[in-house]
Unconditional design. Sequence first.
Length: 160
Amino acid sequence: MVMRVVDDLLNAIPMLRQYAFHLTGSRETGDDLIEQCLLEILENNVPLNGSSVTISLFKALRATHVFASNFECGNQSRRSAAELPHAKIPALPIQQRQALSLVHTLKFTYAETAEILNLRAHQVKRLVSSARILLPRPRWVRVDYSSAERRSVEPTVHSL
């Protein structure tokens, strides 16, 4: 039983790091947040109460983030916003950012996300929908390979 919990914990760390990055906007700050969360768990200041070890860890991380007032979201030490595919995510309201990250990036179900965020599933769906509206849509292009002769000529690109 203990080994399974340890395995679940170790398997959850990469997902926790990604989620913490989405919350804070910085790898370093996100890692600090995870460290603080794990210390809080070890000191029994944050209970592990969820339907699984993974969900319990995400709930604990969220609780730690809510009470950690010194974590800010920003792009100070990262590449320019134009270079980042998800540059607009840090600008989203925190609940939308949390819901979007959990559902789309980390592939939690709406029910699991609702448990982590202490919401109902329909509220999570509303948050994700609102976040999608605020984010820019990807720009798709159509590539015409008919003009390229045996890879010696660049294909023609048409914006859609």
